[in-house]
Design a protein around this ligand. Structure first.
Ligand code: FEO
Ligand code: CA
Ligand code: CA
Ligand code: CA
Length: 595
């Protein structure tokens, strides 16, 4: 598979400058390109959706028909008639901002208004929209498409795999343990070769609380994931009006009330965008994490890996290898591939070798004596299983990307201010108090996605150039210096290869923080995997992160997301409420992006 590696110059655009002005409120892109807002929070999704109100007075019923908030991972699925001119765009809505409501809300509010909570639940999940180029070559949304769909925190979903029907999944409202309402905190994603979308559930633990001290201390499925201990969940206090978010055991209720509700999140959810009536499926075989992504790699023989990062300080990188083999055209058989297989956690050794540790009953210390009664409990308490197996604690694994020609795998480790204190230093996580993050890459043995051994290197350490001074004129501390060849950035997050093998890198850092003043606003950059050169392609408005990235199959249209802009984007008029927005990027001459 490595015969067609392109070795010519990959980066065909001139880099743009950092944007450090505190009132910078636009998206700018490299010369010769244009970037235009395409799909914002509140835009109509379903036919008949009311127009978004600038004062945010739309109620939860309106919100169910409109784009959700905090656009994150996304993917363009082509139709066969005109693959690069007609498709479905699927977009995650990770969480909500206080700007969702006319007068916002305070994070410390303990007693929430029920209609506000419903609107917040409606603004989570994902949007599926049909899009098409018109006769002038302009991309348009198709407002009355039967494919247009909103999936949200109240949409019924079916549980698949070993945990389906398990007692640990049963609740007062779902004695079957097989049907969950909704998906939460959908950050990055994945795509299967059979044309379905894999939604990932990241910081779901922030939506629950457990007020029973003794139970909390012994319940690994809450404590190891950081479900809040006490009367209030971390951010939204939905439990004050919606009992399923209070995971305190209630001995008087079947299945202890909602104590198992958090067990029903942290999975990969498979959605078929081409079947608007389909029920999303939560796959438990891939383990339960605060999952950033689920990225598929397929070998020449059809063997597969699905890679995931667990984005929390000191957590792990995983891969799932299905028992079955991918066969093109066998859609029904392929759809079973994510129900049975082996879950592994990654161990990065200082000699540059790595090993995938099977999280399988009876192996790597995963025995009843060590608290793992059966395989279901390993999948439910994946983090604890990976602890026991001896996986390597990483600096917040975010997105993963697989090189289209070599199957080399890249991962962003966004940052970890606790490295060196709570986790030991090692060659894969080499900087104490790591504020800028790094990108690692590895090759599976013989480029086989199902291999159990790999070789890894650091692709780059993000941060300041060696010669840098801070804006205040101080010498930059050693731990803030990186080794980027080219344009600097901090906290890599989104990561995607295009068809030629350009590596697109998106950033998520606090542009107010002292250590990021030289970086300015968040960015989209492009790297050449061979020369390791990095060039800045796009800069977003103050306060946002840049996330989500997808292309048409001809790589002449690109969409990225501006998430939680801080000022007034996309109106950028000094007064309007900011809106998370999908941005369309094209080259003025119609050419391949980045070339
Ligand atoms: Fe939602 Fe790890 O970013
Ligand atoms: Ca985010
Ligand atoms: Ca992310
Ligand atoms: Ca991030």
């Amino acid at each position: 598979c490595s015969g067609s590696i392109r070795r010519g110059p990959l980066l065909g655009f001139a880099a743009i400058d950092v944007q450090t002005a505190p009132d910078f409120d636009q998206v700018i892109v490299a010369d010769g390109y244009q970037a235009e807002p395409f799909f914002s929070w509140g835009d109509a999704v379903l036919a008949g959706a009311p127009e978004w109100q600038a004062d945010a007075s739309d109620d939860w019923r309106d919100q169910l028909m409109q784009a959700g908030d905090n656009h994150d991972g996304m993917h363009y699925f082509p139709f066969h008639d005109q693959p690069s001119a007609h498709g479905l765009l699927v977009i995650n809505h990770e969480y909500i901002n206080p700007t969702l409501h006319p007068d916002g809300f305070k994070w410390q509010d303990r007693k929430r208004v029920p209609a506000q909570v419903k609107k917040e639940q409606a603004a989570h999940g994902l949007s599926i929209i049909e899009i098409k180029k018109d006769q002038h070559g302009q991309w348009r949304r198709v407002p009355d498409s039967p494919y247009n769909r909103r999936i949200h925190a109240m949409t019924p979903m079916q549980i698949s795999g070993l945990l389906a029907g398990n007692v640990q999944m049963k609740t007062r409202a779902d004695p079957s343990g097989r049907v969950v309402l909704g998906t939460l905190n959908n950050c990055s994603m994945g795509v299967t070769p059979w044309g379905t979308y894999l939604v990932c559930e990241e910081n779901w633990h922030h939506y629950f609380c457990n007020n029973d001290e003794g139970d909390y201390e012994t319940r690994i499925s809450h404590k190891r994931y950081g479900v809040a201990q006490g009367k209030r969940s971390k951010y939204y206090a939905w439990e004050s009006v919606d009992p399923r978010f209070n995971a305190t055991p209630d001995a008087n209720q079947p299945h202890l009330g909602y104590v198992h509700e958090p067990n029903r999140f942290g999975w990969v959810v498979e959605v078929d965008p081409f079947d608007p009536d389909s029920t999303p499926v939560k796959h438990t075989a891939l383990g339960r994490l605060c999952r950033e992504c689920a990225v598929v790699s397929v070998g020449d023989d059809g063997r597969m890996a699905v890679y995931s990062g667990d984005d929390t300080k000191g957590e792990y990188i995983y891969k799932f290898v299905p028992d079955g083999v991918y066969k093109e055209g066998s859609r029904q058989l392929n759809r079973r591939l994510l129900s049975e297989g082996t879950l592994y956690a990654a161990q990065f050794r200082d000699d540059g070798r790595g090993r995938w540790l099977a999280l399988r009953l009876g192996e790597n210390g995963l025995t009843p004596d060590n608290g793992f009664a059966d395989q279901a409990s390993i999948l439910l308490n994946t983090r604890a299983a990976a602890d026991r197996a001896g996986a390597t604690a990483m600096d917040r694994p975010e997105w993963i990307a697989v090189h289209p020609h070599t199957r080399e795998v890249y991962v962003t480790l966004t940052n970890n201010d606790e490295r060196g204190d709570k986790q030991p230093l090692n060659k894969a996580n080499p900087r104490p108090h790591n504020l800028h993050g790094q990108i690692l890459r590895w090759n599976e043995e013989q480029a086989d996605p199902a291999a159990t051994d790999f070789e890894w290197t650091v692709f780059l350490l993000a941060g300041e150039a060696d010669t840098a001074e801070s804006q205040a004129g101080d010498i930059v501390a050693d731990n803030l210096k990186g080794n980027i060849i080219g344009d600097i950035f901090s906290s890599p997050d989104g990561l995607m290869f295009d068809g030629d093998g350009r590596l697109w890198i998106e950033t998520d850092y606090d542009d107010d923080a002292q250590q990021n003043q030289n970086m300015g606003c968040n960015q989209l950059l492009c790297a050449d995997p061979f020369s390791r050169e990095v060039r800045r392609f796009l800069v977003g408005p103050r306060g946002c992160e840049i996330t989500g990235i997808t292309f048409t199959p001809d790589f002449r249209a690109m969409w990225i997301n501006v998430q939680h802009p801080g000022l007034h984007y996309p109106a950028s008029d000094g007064k309007s409420r900011p809106r998370s927005t999908t941005v369309l990027i094209t080259k003025l001459d119609g050419g391949v992006i980045g070339a």
